[in-house]
Design a binder for this molecule. Sequence first.
Ligand code: FES
Length: 218
Amino acid sequence: MAERGVNRRTFLRALSAIPVLGALAAFAAPLLRYLKPNLDPGLGLPEGRLRSLAEMDLPQGEQLALGRVEELAEPWSSRIFVYTQRYAQYTPEQARVATIPGVAIRLPWKVSFPGFKQGEEPTDIVIFSRICPHLGCIFNYVPNWREVTAGYGGYVPPEERRHGLMACPCHLSIYDPADRDRPGRVLSGPAPRPPYYFTYEIRDGVIVITSAEPGGIA
Ligand code: FES
């Protein structure tokens, strides 16, 4: 009888140790992975490619010819597109490709991006990622502000912002692509910052997207 009691106590003690062991394992696993990653730098990639991606800390994207400038001649005209971005990732595949929906908008006035890392000349073509900075839904460009008022939570823009706006259907964040001081400024909703932008050049009359804003979009 006494032996059965001892066995039960031993069993219960062993049982109570399981959560402790689990917690220890949860703590140790990332540490061990950090000390000994299962990644072989360069595996499956041309030599040095991952290294250069990681060192530069810049998402690498394909340059994308968006169309001729005349196609965006009218104020508030727009073009949506998908941009392919490559970035380093700490997995056996090492690098991932993401596709980022974007929108280019012609503004009736020039704006600049003084608050961003990469200073740009004032421009009347702005190009944004459509990934919402709140929780990552894809937002819309809405040329008619009345549609924003009717369908995105009743936000009514003040007089000077009654023009094309960007609006997210998920939690109703609204952005102004044409804000003179901070293009993409958050006007309403929970978004913490403006959407990321793309840089571009005009080559022989063609708008070519050259890169995503440093800091990562995907
Ligand atoms: S994901 Fe766009 S507002 Fe929440």
